[in-house]
Design a protein around this ligand. Sequence first.
Ligand SMILES: NC(=O)c1ccc[n+]([C@@H]2O[C@H](COP(=O)([O-])OP(=O)(O)OC[C@H]3O[C@@H](n4cnc5c(N)ncnc54)[C@H](OP(=O)(O)O)[C@@H]3O)[C@@H](O)[C@H]2O)c1
Length: 264
Amino acid sequence: MQRTIQRVSFIGAGNLASHLIPALLDAGVQVMEVFSRTGVSAARLVSSWNVPSGKFPATINSRSHAVVIAVSDDALPEILGALGHSDKILIHTSGSIPATVLGESSPEYGVIYPLQTFTRNRPLDFRQIPLFIEGSTGSTLEAIRQLAGKISDRVTEADSEVRLALHVAAVFASNFQNHLYRIAGDILKSNRLSVSALESLIRETMEKSLEIGPENAQTGPAVRNDHRVIEKHLGFLDHDTGRKEIYRLLSDDIIRTKNRKDTS
Ligand SMILES: NC(=O)c1ccc[n+]([C@@H]2O[C@H](COP(=O)([O-])OP(=O)(O)OC[C@H]3O[C@@H](n4cnc5c(N)ncnc54)[C@H](OP(=O)(O)O)[C@@H]3O)[C@@H](O)[C@H]2O)c1
């Protein structure tokens, strides 16, 4: 029988939940309750909606059709242990955890993985966010597809292996990128320069890469084979072994990638 998900319970009140819950509420999905580890973040999150909150472990509202588990990946086994056997559709939101970990708790389970970086209080247009979904059975997948379609125009089916590749790519494109901005900012700050000097460079790098592709957009000493400049930069970073190693690894990879392209 085709199930529809109209009422959901939430475990997790962090960065993702702070975007996913209002998107679901706007789409007319009833959020029955939100739980977090201590209950504090859940109470803060629901404060502007008429949604009950509390700390987990707790009894899930019997009227919920699904439980969305949006917690730190390492906490998932503990949550599932506390949840026990469930008659709900269980949905996790992680890029790198196979859907099957939910199988011991319910025969109906799946994943909604949003390929975006979420931070509380940073507005995003949820309809534009790609959602990668998985379901344990045909009817579960359809129920999850319907739910995801209520909040995003970009819903695609992807199994756990594909989702892992998406997550690894996302770490390179977003998390590492952001960390490199951080390193660049630290270098400027420790030389008493303003971080805002990087703004137009960061914007143009991102826009150019999206427009003409990263393979056509690369500039800098590594792609030009300016080894003397690279050595000078490594000398500049001598006091910081970790960041010097990052510089060397990335430069080597840019050179290797360029050489592969040149010989192909
Ligand atoms: N943020 C993103 O950009 C993003 C993007 C795509 C997918 N995801 C996925 O979404 C999931 C959540 O990520 P997030 O960034 O929202 O994490 P987060 O901001 O760190 O929030 C984690 C939430 O889990 C709760 N939690 C942790 N352990 C718990 C436990 N034992 N019992 C009950 N609640 C517990 C925390 O409660 P407390 O507040 O009480 O500590 C917190 O509310 C992860 O699977 C992540 O891979 C995140």
